[in-house]
Design a protein around this ligand. Structure first.
Ligand SMILES: [Zn+2]
Length: 205
């Protein structure tokens, strides 16, 4: 792609670093911004900058938050002894949208995936196991997507807490294998949390 301006080229190159955005789309977006009032581009730039500079991860559940403790963890009306274990922030949003879960979350930040070089130590697993060992948790619900990586991660965590006196369950799968949670419709996802099954019985199937 030949550019008539180095500034334009730089902006297109940066934009095309985003997932799913090729050079052509990047050019279209950049030209669109150029046609808009200057304010609009400035607002976009400062929203991104503020997000990067100021966003925090909840010190308890690792959810993205504006404060040290996220709104969910800080809410006294949530049931604090039931924890739903999810892969990332998008899963928290998907489950919250169902309004059928009133416990807390634990965001792992990914799944164990040797192929991608992701091991247990790259994820927020230790803080989860510590939480369970402190004895304040009654139930852990595994809500990772049912892929091989999801199953491996569930099993790894299960082995760590097996001897603790808690219930472990997994969300019932009205969801076909390999479906990511965030794409599941709210009714199905809500139902699969209500109808969760004991984790150990999921191992036999
Ligand atoms: Zn939190």
């Amino acid at each position: 792609m030949e550019f008539s301006s180095k500034l334009l080229e730089k902006a297109v190159n940066e934009m095309s670093q985003l997932p799913g955005i090729g050079k052509r789309t990047a050019l279209r977006l950049v030209l669109h911004l150029l046609r808009q009032p200057n304010d609009q581009t400035m607002q976009l730039a400062s929203a991104l900058q503020n997000m990067r500079n100021e966003i925090k991860f909840c010190k308890s559940c690792h959810n993205i938050s504006d404060t040290q403790l996220c709104e969910i963890c800080a809410n006294p009306h949530r049931t604090s002894d039931i924890i739903c274990v999810v892969e990332d922030v998008r899963d928290v949003m998907a489950i919250e949208n169902t309004s059928s879960f009133r416990g807390l979350y634990h965001v792992l930040g990914g799944k164990i995936s040797p192929m991608d070089g992701v091991g247990p130590n790259d994820l927020n697993i230790t803080s989860l196991v510590d939480k369970v060992k402190q004895g304040e948790i009654k139930e852990l619900i595994f809500a990772l997507s049912s892929t091989m990586e999801g199953d491996t991660t569930n099993f790894y965590i299960f082995k760590q807490i097996q001897d603790c006196d808690i219930v472990t369950s997994t969300i019932a799968r009205g969801i076909s294998v390999g479906n990511e949670l965030e794409y599941t419709d709210e009714v199905t996802l809500g139902r699969s949390i209500m109808n969760r099954i004991p984790f150990e019985s999921s191992l036999k199937s």
